[in-house]
Design a protein around this ligand. Structure first.
Ligand code: GLC
Length: 515
């Protein structure tokens, strides 16, 4: 079976903020359906939907109350099916987000556990103890919350997100049904949330340094994971290619502090894909990027697991603001948007020229900056609230997309306002405005996706960050302080900025046909 996902371009939809079809200020399947032609013209192979399941939305839907349904705010299962069928008509596959580390406190199994009390089999589905240990939540504050009967439950994230007990065989059995529910419906793949979580050290030991990190720990990167994901791969591979040509896939959200932390997952028969977050964790520095790219390619060698490239998603600061500020920005005033935009456009050509699959997060193709100045009262992310604002959280990259017009909600929906405010001054960033401008970031993404190179990757000698693909294609990125002369070439295929006089300006990338 073909492994279409090996070099696919996948577009991430954050459903609340993509397109609002019913005018209630929240994105939904009706809105997404109406925008399918946009995605088809962008040229993506698949879309990944962040969670749309019934949820209190305490963590934007990553607090799941029912894994096998659609929250009424996003539509119905019939709307999901309609999207799937229409997407197939455009040759676009659909990937859904599976959240196996935790659910919502509103999930019936957790409600039953609370009601059943200490020592009950219902509590064995979660991690209840009579006393907490010193683990800290990744979102800030302690990782334990006390229930009225005195017991405590573990939540690596928000207190509304209790961790499942993966040592209890009922939990993997339940998730197998969830996987099959969506695979039977015809999805092409799964994105697996917090894939390095799930299993915990059964001793739940105190740790010397409880500061959250992504290194191996009693809660992350446990040895049980590798065998566990082999069982999921077997499920994926047992599905015939009846919806689309090719095998079903899964892509794990594996965070690591260092690339070596991901090594255990790159084994034959492992989860087909493991996100490679090191590209966006890397500074805007040629040596750092080069080292990251080499290490990433080496990591996947010899395994049948691939590591898709990413420069943004719904959890991290948008590239324009990340590359446009000398230190992590706290306010819009900290960001040099022109500089950030130049660099983000160059990063896009890098992303789309590298070998393998690339994920594009909604709005990345529009060059949206992070909206850092969202008023505190409008902020939704539990990271902001759990840290008393010390961490701004992720709302700034989740602002509803600007589609058209010159004022809020910029064509996001028919309603007067979107669920999260958009900044003023986005009129030039709307899809409508960018489609009318051949030099826009949207047009750059469309052209790059259409012209992605194939073939062997090799570094091109004599440059800080340049490589060839196959015969005669080259990508060069200039992160230095001065313009660099271009190599001898037959033609310029694409450039992230203006090229003149045979040189590549600073913070610019170019795709060349060498001969
Ligand atoms: C993942 C998601 C993130 C979510 C967290 C808890 O990291 O990408 O958005 O908050 O898991 O589910």
């Amino acid at each position: 079976m073909t492994q279409w996902w090996r070099d696919a371009v996948v577009y991430q939809i954050y459903p609340r903020s993509f397109a609002d079809g019913n005018g209630d200020g929240t994105g939904d399947f009706a809105g997404a359906l109406a925008r399918l032609p946009y995605l088809a013209e962008l040229g993506v192979d698949a879309v990944w939907f962040s969670p749309f399941y019934p949820s209190p939305l305490a963590d934007g839907g990553y607090d799941v109350a029912d894994y096998c349904d659609v929250d009424p705010r996003f539509g119905t299962l019939a709307d999901f099916d309609a999207f799937l069928a229409a997407a197939a008509g455009h040759g676009i596959r659909v990937i859904v987000d599976i959240v196996p580390n935790h659910c919502s406190t509103a999930h019936p199994a957790f409600q039953a556990a609370l009601a059943a009390g200490p020592g009950s089999p219902e509590r064995e589905l979660f991690i209840f103890r009579d006393a907490p240990n010193n683990w800290q939540s990744i979102f800030g504050g302690p990782a334990w919350t006390q229930t009225p009967d005195g017991q405590w439950y573990l939540h690596l994230f928000d207190s509304s997100q209790p961790d499942w007990n993966w040592a209890n065989p009922a939990v993997p059995a339940m998730f197998e049904k969830v996987l099959r529910f969506w695979l039977d419906r015809g999805v092409a793949g799964l994105r697996v949330d917090v894939a390095h979580g799930l299993f915990k050290d059964p001793e739940l030991p105190d740790v010397p340094d409880p500061t959250p990190s992504d290194r191996p720990s009693p809660w992350f990167h446990r040895p049980e994971l590798v065998a566990h994901y082999a069982t999921w791969r077997a499920i994926l591979d047992s599905y015939p290619a009846d919806v689309f040509p090719g095998s079903r896939t899964a892509v794990g959200e594996f965070w690591g502090d260092e690339i070596i932390h991901l090594e255990p997952y790159f084994v034959p028969g492992g989860m087909p894909q493991a996100f490679n977050f090191f590209l966006f964790q890397s500074a805007w520095d040629a040596a750092a990027l080069r080292q990251t790219i080499t290490a990433s390619i080496t990591l996947a060698e010899g395994s049948d697991v691939v590591a898709p490239w990413v420069i943004s998603n719904h959890d991290v600061m948008r590239p324009v603001s990340r590359y446009g500020a000398p230190a992590p920005a706290r306010s819009d005033a900290d960001v040099d948007v022109a500089l950030g935009t130049r660099r983000a456009r160059a990063a896009a050509l890098l992303l789309l020229a590298l070998p393998g699959s690339a994920y594009v997060y909604q709005g990345e193709e529009l060059g949206l900056p992070e909206f850092l100045d969202i008023p505190a009262a409008d902020r939704d992310d539990p990271v902001f609230h759990r840290t008393g604002g010390a961490r701004l959280g992720r709302d700034g990259c989740r602002v509803p997309l600007p589609w058209s017009g010159t004022a809020q909600p910029y064509g996001f929906g028919e309603g007067p306002a979107a669920w999260l405010p958009q900044p003023d001054g986005w009129a030039e960033l709307t899809v409508e405005a960018q489609l009318a401008d051949p030099a826009s970031t949207l047009e750059l993404y469309r052209a790059a996706i259409a012209a992605r190179p194939g073939g062997e990757f090799a570094w091109l000698a004599g440059y800080d960050l340049a490589f060839t693909r196959g015969d005669g294609f080259a990508c060069l990125v200039n992160l230095g302080r001065e313009a660099v002369p271009l190599p001898v070439h037959a033609s310029v295929l694409l450039a992230s900025g203006t090229i003149a006089g045979g040189v590549l300006p600073q913070d610019t990338a170019v795709w060349l046909r060498l001969s």
